[in-house]
Design a protein around this ligand. Sequence first.
Ligand SMILES: Cc1cc2nc3c(=O)[nH]c(=O)nc-3n(C[C@H](O)[C@H](O)[C@H](O)COP(=O)(O)OP(=O)(O)OC[C@H]3O[C@@H](n4cnc5c(N)ncnc54)[C@H](O)[C@@H]3O)c2cc1C
Length: 438
Amino acid sequence: MSSMNIPQSSLPRIVIIGGGFGGIALAKKLSKKEVQVVLLDKHNYHTFQPLLYQVSTGGLEPDSIAYPIRKVLQGYPHFYFRLAEVFQVITDNRKVETNIGSIAYDYLVVATGSKTNFFGNKNIEENGMAMKTVPQSLNLRSLILENFEQALLTDDLHERDALMNFVIVGGGPTGVELAGALAEIKKGILPKDYPDLDTRRAQINLVQGGDRILPAMSEIASSKAERFLEKLGVNVWKNVRVTDYDGKHVATDQDLVFESATLVWAAGVQAAGIKGLDAKELLCRGNRLKVNRYNQVEGFEEIFAIGDIAHMETEAFPNGHPMMAQPAIQQGEKLGENLIRLIENKPLKAFVYRDKGNMATVGRNKAVCDLPRFKFQGVFAWFVWMFVHLYFLIGFRNRVVVFINWVYNYIRFDREARLIIRPFKKQDKVSKEAETVT
Ligand SMILES: Cc1cc2nc3c(=O)[nH]c(=O)nc-3n(C[C@H](O)[C@H](O)[C@H](O)COP(=O)(O)OP(=O)(O)OC[C@H]3O[C@@H](n4cnc5c(N)ncnc54)[C@H](O)[C@@H]3O)c2cc1C
C-alpha cells in the first residue's frame, strides 16, 4: 500500500491530476483498460465552468453544475480517486506530492486547467472578484445581493450608486454572459425585489481592452453581441484597460474612473502549473506546459499534459489550442488511446483538433454561434447554446434540474437562487481565498 492507501498492482499506474473536462474524458477512455488509474483533485466534484455565471447571478443552484467525481468513476475497475491537492511533482523519482501524502506513478497526466491571471496586479487580485470556481461564484452571488441590501440602507447617494455600479473586466464569453445576466436581473427582478430602491440607477459596465468584444469569435458575432448588450442597457467600453482597483475606484488607462463596489475580473487566465514542472524551458505563453503532438511534456517520456495547461503548437494553432472545454475533452480522449498504445509498444497517434465552433449567450433569446459552416445569432442561436450546454453537462440529474430551471426562469422571468447562503464580506479575505471550502 502507498501512503494514500492505494494497492500496489502489477498493472501500470497512471496518475491523473485534475478531474476537469480533460481528466474526466481521459478517465472514461481508460475505464475498461488494464491499467491502474489514480485520479487526484482538490475538489471532490467536476465543475462545469461555462455555467458558473448563472450561479453567480442566481439562475442555477451550484449543485446543478457540479458533479461528484467518485460517481463518474463508479464501477470502473482499477480506479482510485483521492481528494488531494497536488503540491509538487518529483520527476526524478516519478512521484507526486500532495497534502495527503505522496504517490508514485508510471505515467503522469497533468490536467490541472487554468486559474485567473491578474497580470501581477495585487490590488485587483485583493479587491476584485474572480469567477473560476463554484465557491468564487457563490461569493460573487452573495456580494451582488449584499450590495443591494446595503444600497437600500444608505442615505449617501454616492455610496448607493457605487453599490449598484458593476464593472466587469474582460469582453470574452465570461464577461459578456455575466453582463447580460446582470442586465436581465436589473430589468426583471430588481424593481420587484427592491420597490423602495431606485434600481434604474444600477449600471452594468463591460470593459474590454481590445477594439471588440468576443475577440475569439467572428466580427459579426462580436458586433451582434455588442448590440444585444446595448439593448439590454449594458455600457460596453472598448479600448479601455483597467489598471487599478482599491475596492471603491476602478482606474483605467483612459480618462475614465468608475466608482464601484464590485469589480469582476474576467480578463485573463493562466495555466494552473505545478512545482517540479515549472522550469522555464518547459513553459510557454500563459505558463502552459509545452507538449508535443501526443501531449507528451517536452523532455519526458512518461509525463503528459492535456487541456488548458497544455500548449501544443500545430500549423492550425501556432499559439496553442484555445483554452476551452473541447480541446481538453478531445485531448483527454486521444491520450487515453495513446497511453494504451504506449504501454503496448505501438506507435502513438498525433492529436488533431476538431473545431466544433464557438458560442456565447447574451441573455434571454439572445446568443451568437460561430459553427464551422454557419454563423448565426439570435433566438435560434440561443436554443442551440442551451442544447449544447445541456448535452455537455455531466449527469442526468444535473441536465434535468438545469433544464427545469431554465424553463421556469424563462416562463417566470425569474432567478430564484438569489440567496445569501454564505455571506461574503469583502474585508473578510479568508472567505474569498479559501476557495476550496464551500
Ligand atoms: C467562467 C468560465 C466560463 C467558461 N465558458 C466556457 C464555454 O462557454 N465554453 C468552453 O468551451 N469553455 C469555457 N470555459 C473554459 C473551460 O471551462 C476550460 O477550458 C476547461 O475547463 C479546461 O478543462 P481542463 O480539463 O483543462 O481543466 P478544468 O476543467 O479547469 O479542470 C482542472 C481540474 O484540476 C483540479 N486541480 C487544479 N490544480 C490542482 C492541484 N494542484 N491539485 C489537485 N487538483 C487540481 C481542479 O480542481 C479542476 O477540477 C469557461 C471557463 C470559465 C472559468
